[in-house]
Write a new protein. Structure first.
Length: 100
Protein backbone atom coordinates (compact mmCIF):
# COMPACT_ATOMS: atom_id res chain seq x y z
CA UNK A 1 0.00 0.00 0.00
CA UNK A 2 1.44 3.36 -1.01
CA UNK A 3 1.65 6.47 1.17
CA UNK A 4 -1.46 8.16 -0.25
CA UNK A 5 -3.57 5.08 0.33
CA UNK A 6 -2.19 4.59 3.85
CA UNK A 7 -3.08 8.21 4.68
CA UNK A 8 -6.65 7.70 3.49
CA UNK A 9 -6.97 4.42 5.38
CA UNK A 10 -5.63 6.05 8.56
CA UNK A 11 -8.16 8.87 8.17
CA UNK A 12 -11.05 6.41 7.76
CA UNK A 13 -9.92 4.47 10.84
CA UNK A 14 -9.74 7.74 12.79
CA UNK A 15 -13.24 8.66 11.59
CA UNK A 16 -14.52 5.30 12.82
CA UNK A 17 -12.74 5.11 16.17
CA UNK A 18 -12.30 8.79 17.05
CA UNK A 19 -15.11 10.67 15.30
CA UNK A 20 -14.62 13.67 17.57
CA UNK A 21 -11.12 14.08 16.07
CA UNK A 22 -12.59 14.70 12.60
CA UNK A 23 -14.14 18.04 11.70
CA UNK A 24 -17.73 18.09 10.42
CA UNK A 25 -16.41 19.60 7.19
CA UNK A 26 -13.93 16.74 6.67
CA UNK A 27 -16.66 14.23 7.45
CA UNK A 28 -18.94 15.90 4.91
CA UNK A 29 -16.21 15.85 2.25
CA UNK A 30 -15.48 12.19 2.93
CA UNK A 31 -19.14 11.30 2.58
CA UNK A 32 -19.12 12.86 -0.89
CA UNK A 33 -15.79 11.26 -1.77
CA UNK A 34 -17.17 7.81 -1.02
CA UNK A 35 -20.01 8.48 -3.47
CA UNK A 36 -17.40 8.31 -6.26
CA UNK A 37 -17.37 4.54 -5.82
CA UNK A 38 -19.91 2.09 -7.17
CA UNK A 39 -22.79 1.67 -4.70
CA UNK A 40 -21.75 -1.85 -3.61
CA UNK A 41 -18.13 -0.75 -3.12
CA UNK A 42 -19.21 2.28 -1.10
CA UNK A 43 -21.43 0.08 1.07
CA UNK A 44 -18.55 -2.36 1.58
CA UNK A 45 -16.23 0.41 2.83
CA UNK A 46 -18.93 1.90 5.04
CA UNK A 47 -19.35 -1.46 6.77
CA UNK A 48 -15.66 -2.37 6.81
CA UNK A 49 -14.75 0.85 8.62
CA UNK A 50 -18.11 1.33 10.40
CA UNK A 51 -18.69 4.83 9.05
CA UNK A 52 -21.71 7.14 9.18
CA UNK A 53 -23.74 4.93 11.47
CA UNK A 54 -23.20 1.71 9.52
CA UNK A 55 -22.52 -1.39 11.54
CA UNK A 56 -18.83 -2.34 11.48
CA UNK A 57 -18.45 -5.75 9.91
CA UNK A 58 -15.47 -8.07 9.75
CA UNK A 59 -13.79 -8.99 6.50
CA UNK A 60 -15.15 -12.55 6.61
CA UNK A 61 -18.72 -11.31 7.03
CA UNK A 62 -18.40 -8.82 4.18
CA UNK A 63 -16.83 -11.47 1.95
CA UNK A 64 -19.60 -13.93 2.74
CA UNK A 65 -22.22 -11.28 1.95
CA UNK A 66 -20.51 -10.59 -1.38
CA UNK A 67 -20.07 -14.30 -2.21
CA UNK A 68 -16.28 -13.97 -2.25
CA UNK A 69 -13.25 -15.26 -0.43
CA UNK A 70 -11.87 -12.83 2.18
CA UNK A 71 -8.68 -12.24 0.18
CA UNK A 72 -10.76 -11.17 -2.84
CA UNK A 73 -12.75 -8.73 -0.69
CA UNK A 74 -9.58 -7.31 0.84
CA UNK A 75 -8.14 -6.81 -2.66
CA UNK A 76 -11.31 -4.93 -3.64
CA UNK A 77 -11.09 -2.77 -0.51
CA UNK A 78 -7.45 -1.97 -1.31
CA UNK A 79 -8.35 -1.06 -4.91
CA UNK A 80 -11.19 1.20 -3.74
CA UNK A 81 -8.95 2.97 -1.26
CA UNK A 82 -6.32 3.51 -3.94
CA UNK A 83 -8.90 4.87 -6.39
CA UNK A 84 -10.10 7.35 -3.78
CA UNK A 85 -6.59 8.25 -2.62
CA UNK A 86 -5.56 9.53 -6.04
CA UNK A 87 -8.62 11.73 -6.57
CA UNK A 88 -8.19 15.50 -6.59
CA UNK A 89 -10.78 15.66 -3.81
CA UNK A 90 -8.70 13.55 -1.42
CA UNK A 91 -5.53 15.36 -2.46
CA UNK A 92 -7.14 18.69 -1.52
CA UNK A 93 -8.35 17.29 1.81
CA UNK A 94 -4.96 15.88 2.72
CA UNK A 95 -2.97 18.91 1.55
CA UNK A 96 -5.24 21.38 3.34
CA UNK A 97 -4.71 19.55 6.61
CA UNK A 98 -8.40 18.69 6.75
CA UNK A 99 -7.58 14.97 6.85
CA UNK A 100 -5.02 15.22 9.62
Amino acid sequence: MDTLTRQLQAFLVRMAYQPQAVSPQAEHHMEHLLHLLEADEEEMLLHYFGLFGHERMGLDDIARQRGEEPHQTMATIDRCLRRLAVTPEWQMMSQSGEAI
